[in-house]
Design a protein around this ligand. Sequence first.
Ligand SMILES: Cc1cc2nc3c(=O)[nH]c(=O)nc-3n(C[C@H](O)[C@H](O)[C@H](O)COP(=O)(O)OP(=O)(O)OC[C@H]3O[C@@H](n4cnc5c(N)ncnc54)[C@H](O)[C@@H]3O)c2cc1C
Length: 577
Amino acid sequence: MKFKPFNQPGPQLGNQYDTDRVLRSYLRRALPPELLAEVEPSLRELGELAGGELYRLQLADRLNVPVLTQWDAWGERIDHIEVTAVWKRAERLAAEFGIVAAAYERAWGRFARPVQFALAYLFHPSTDVYTCPLAMTDGAARTLILSGNRQLIDRAVPRLTSRDPATFWTSGQWMTEFTGGSDVGLSESVATLDEAEDWFLHGRKWFTSATTSQMALTLARPEGSGPGGKGLAMFYLELRDEDGRLNHITINRLKDKLGTRKVPTAELMLEGAPAVPVMGLTDGVRNIIPMLHLTRTWNSVMAASTMRRGVALARDYAHRRKAFGALLSHQPLHIDTLAWLQAETEAAFHLSFCLVELIGRDEADDIAAADADLLRLLTSIAKLTTGRQVVTVVSEVLEAHGGAGYIEDTGLPLLLRDGQVMPIWEGTTNVLSLDTLRAVARDQAGLVALQRKVSAATREARDPALVEAGQVAARAVHNALHFLHENAGERALLEAGARRFAMTLGRALALALLVEQAQWSLDNEQDGRARAAAVRFSRTAIDLLAGVDPAADFALANDEPLPSGPAALVDAAGRAS
Ligand SMILES: Cc1cc2nc3c(=O)[nH]c(=O)nc-3n(C[C@H](O)[C@H](O)[C@H](O)COP(=O)(O)OP(=O)(O)OC[C@H]3O[C@@H](n4cnc5c(N)ncnc54)[C@H](O)[C@@H]3O)c2cc1C
């Protein structure tokens, strides 16, 4: 018996810039035409690399991971980490394309950030999460600039923002200790001062993701300093001495991780590592916030970028794979699934680029008061919203490839492994939700600004389907505000609803931004696809606050008995029904 040869065709990628309608349409709206013309060749070149050479290299290098060699042949402690081929290539390309530097090129004013993040968005999915050190590098550069510490700025910022691979530095952000990553105020690392007034750090850092970087910003408690985050100071340290050896730092091991396996995340010991206080000897947690704002922004954009990669692969595959006599791209239910994934992806894109745009305006001192209020609230909301979206979307992307999606050498499982970190690091979903709640309890200006932005998008929409979609967003924000006011003073109820509150704001704003883009695209590009995305997204769960029963939740979470009487649902306003 002869078998017919059977090859299951795998998905292909084209130029990742040319084929990205959403990115290109957004840039046409957001950038002045002459700036777009100036940066488009770089975007196109990076799009070509990302869909071609880098993608192939990534697949070929799939099994390699960074290797830690702690001792050399002659018994000397070296703690050398050899990174993968993709990482070596990515480091050069990151400098050459200015993926950090672009943000600091002031000639582009408020547009510097959208340009930089468009580059990063194209770069990310083909470079095995090299964007992790880039995010921290960007965060460190900004934090140092804001610190006003002239000596450190002069030493590090030109390197962190260099376009020359020979001088380019990356930075780590070492916060998490054994005692906690969310509750960093418990950090146990200690800083001591010698007679020459030099500082040295002692302690154990439990997660350090850029241990191959040249520098890090970290937290330690100066001897005699008080408890909590206030008693910590932010320190600058360079990892290696003049001979290139780790400077009183030893690496215990590299973490054995589910994903981001190319990222050398280490557990390390600070054993009297020389360091310099960046801005005083207290308030370290507060002082490192600019770094977190940027790393969370990177996280949001990289989540959108991972979703886009997954959908691009699934869409292409649907045009190649037949089931039940037709291509998947013609099967109504498969189309329905892909349309939903595309709508989620577009929503994540616009939410994260709204944040990027506001940062660009802020850094260029070109920001309206209401936008500045919104910016303060948006970092956490965008990070937690997109962090959950990416896991949902890439999980579906794997399923859209059937069994192949579960097979390692297709490269597809990587999307899920790497996507799963996005809701965890840089602040988990719950921790950022509580931050959001605290932020609005302190000051409601951001919330008011968000509500106005959502209302404006709805008001300015003329297309009837977009008006209706905008109204879904406006109602969700209205209910979120109601939830806040009705439960004021009810701490347990507020905390319990914090994630649904923050997600409602994130999804509603994403919807409003989609509506805005869609109306523009109808008017200027005569393209109805963004409208279709807005309408489709408006039919997903936007208002997550309605219909909750706190007593039932408690029983469910703790598996405790629950009487069989009628459920006492509490609506978004906290009213029992
Ligand atoms: C791959 C990877 C790389 C990393 N790289 C770095 C790095 O380079 N530098 C660095 O500093 N850190 C790094 N981290 C650490 C990361 O930032 C922390 O793991 C994260 O912040 C969570 O902290 P934790 O692990 O202590 O979890 P915990 O704080 O113990 O949280 C456990 C769970 O409890 C929830 N929770 C906590 N408090 C509350 C609350 N009050 N109410 C409700 N729920 C709550 C959290 O949401 C979470 O689900 C990395 C982590 C990973 C996975």
